[in-house]
Design a protein around this ligand. Structure first.
Ligand code: CA
Length: 229
């Protein structure tokens, strides 16, 4: 649940905002003066701030400026005067939106939702995505070590996975069995290049529609294998 802090000295307005936001499923806290609002904004975790501009002790300009030094969550500024909003914009304090009193509570809720959604997208875009290799219906998630063939997940052993991934990442390149053995198995491994043939066969059984006419891993007679692009 998203947590919102309202800093507003007019108790009736603060309560109205709180009621509407709570009806929309938000967790809402109120502070009625600038000093405690600022202290709380910096000390606690919130997802969005609604800041009145004219406040006792510390005004909305100063609160906005200080929050921005520490946090990048959305800030909605509320003011009774249109002129003030132009002033805030001019100061470039980093507020995300400006609302003039009187405003309809449902408009405030709509703006809160829009800013939270936008912020979540922004955060989401920083998430490191899995490393994916995708070629003609084969999807290899290198991070999760999972493989899908035309949307259906298939199970591979460690070496089968490594071999398939290596070939798929180097399409159209012909590798000899010796090269593949060196690449996937370390030299101390028990086995020989026949191991490569066995593994290619196993992989084909999982990815090819017809193993006699491979569409993905092609045999180049007398040379080795290549992953067709
Ligand atoms: Ca005020």
């Amino acid at each position: 649940m998203s947590r919102i802090l309202i800093v507003e000295d007019e108790v009736a307005i603060a309560d109205l905002e709180k009621d509407y936001l709570e009806l929309s499923g938000f967790d809402v806290e109120i502070e009625n003066d600038g000093a405690s609002g600022l202290a709380r904004a910096l000390a606690e975790e919130f997802d969005l701030f609604i800041l009145d501009l004219m406040l006792p002790e510390v005004d909305g300009f100063e609160i906005c400026r200080q929050i921005r030094e520490k946090k990048n969550i959305p800030i909605l500024m509320v003011s009774a005067k249109k002129d003030d909003i132009d002033k805030i914009r001019g100061l470039g304090l980093g507020a995300d939106d400006y609302v003039t009193k009187p405003f309809s509570p449902s408009e405030l809720v709509a703006r809160v939702k829009a800013h939270l959604a936008r912020y979540e997208r922004l955060i989401g875009s920083n998430i490191v995505e899995n490393d994916i290799v995708e070629i003609r219906g084969i999807r290899i998630d290198k991070t999760a070590r999972r493989v899908w063939v035309n949307g259906e997940e298939k199970q591979f052993t460690t070496k089968e996975f490594d071999l398939l991934t290596f070939l798929a990442e180097n399409p159209n390149h012909v590798f000899t069995k010796e090269e593949l053995f060196r690449e996937i198995w370390d030299m101390e491994s028990i086995g020989d290049i026949a191991t490569v043939t066995v593994h290619i066969k196993k992989i084909r059984e999982k990815i090819e529609l017809n193993t006699n006419k491979p569409q993905y891993i092609e045999t180049i007679w007398g040379v080795g294998y290549r992953f067709k692009l």
